[in-house]
Design a protein around this ligand. Structure first.
Ligand code: 16C
Length: 254
């Protein structure tokens, strides 16, 4: 039949956080802790080998050039501070696949492959093709978590990690498979007003975004670097203003 409709079904999300019995439990905890520790590491003077590729207001995007067998592996990190939104709100919108296509400009599609728990699912992204390279896709678990601050002075942390994995229902082959380790880490800072009534004007979100991406197969380095330089800052601006718009008229989600 010609007009077949693809109906995608996945079991609904279980109403329970990630459990130790889950086969992904150890890996997820390890990867999440590594990202959390990274935000407490203060960079020592002179040793900073990050090159700034974009700066606009509070937004700064850095990279380090690394190539392996001609494949660009440049790690990327960005820091941003945005007023009027919380870390919980930023992470929620980064994690929630129902709104992903509202802010993602580089994807052709994004689908849930399997729910692991209330806070974790595996998904499949098909990335838009960039001429002259082959089209790419990615399969990764995505996990959202709230972590108390390291000390009394440190604000709590909200984090989302997107980390590549394999899944039997989306075998590689149709596209070149990209692998990644991406983290969105947020801390909320509140400057309480004299009257004690906290509004969005008194809230700031400190964001640290890191992306370690392996494009999976050869892609022309100069084109890839040009695409990254354009797309990462664009993503951070577009995504954060999306979250501001989406939350502006809603009650603050702390
Ligand atoms: O973190 C972001 N999004 C998350 C949720 O979807 C998720 C996705 C991460 C994507 C990682 C980048 C994949 C790069 C693939 C390499 C493509 C090779 C092209 C060959 C070029 C010669 O964690 C936000 C991600 C923001 C992405 C910025 C850079 C992506 C470039 C992708 C190229 C598509 C451009 C299409 C232009 C309209």
């Amino acid at each position: 039949e010609e007009n077949k409709i693809a109906i995608k079904t996945t079991k609904p999300p279980p109403k329970i956080l990630l459990q130790p019995s889950n086969p992904y439990y150890d890996e997820i905890n390890e990867v999440v802790s590594r990202h959390i520790h990274r935000i407490y590491e203060k960079t020592k003077g002179g040793e900073d080998t990050w090159e700034c590729i974009a700066e606009e207001g509070e937004l700064k995007v850095y990279k380090r050039e690394i190539e392996e067998n001609g494949i660009v592996l440049d790690p990327l990190k960005a820091v941003h501070t945005v007023t009027g939104i919380t870390g919980h709100e930023v992470c929620h919108h980064f994690w929630d696949i129902k709104v992903r296509m509202d802010w993602e400009a580089t994807l052709e599609s994004s689908d849930v492959v399997e729910w692991l728990s209330e806070d974790t699912f595996i998904c499949h992204n098909v990335i838009k093709r960039v001429w002259p390279a082959s089209q790419r896709d990615a399969v990764f678990w995505t996990h959202i978590r709230h972590v108390p601050g390291e000390s009394d002075e440190e604000p709590d942390v909200w984090i989302v990690v997107n980390y590549s994995t394999d899944h039997k229902s989306v075998p590689a082959g149709k596209y070149v498979r990209v692998t990644m380790n991406v983290a969105m880490v947020c801390q909320t800072i509140i400057d309480p007003p004299a009257d004690g009534k906290i509004t969005r004007d008194n809230i700031r979100c400190k964001i640290s975004y890191t992306a370690d991406v392996n494009p999976g197969g050869w892609a022309p380095a100069s084109v890839l670097r040009a695409v990254y330089k354009r797309e990462y800052p664009r993503f951070l601006k577009r995504f954060t203003s999306y979250v501001k718009d989406a939350t502006a008229k809603r009650e603050v989600m702390f």
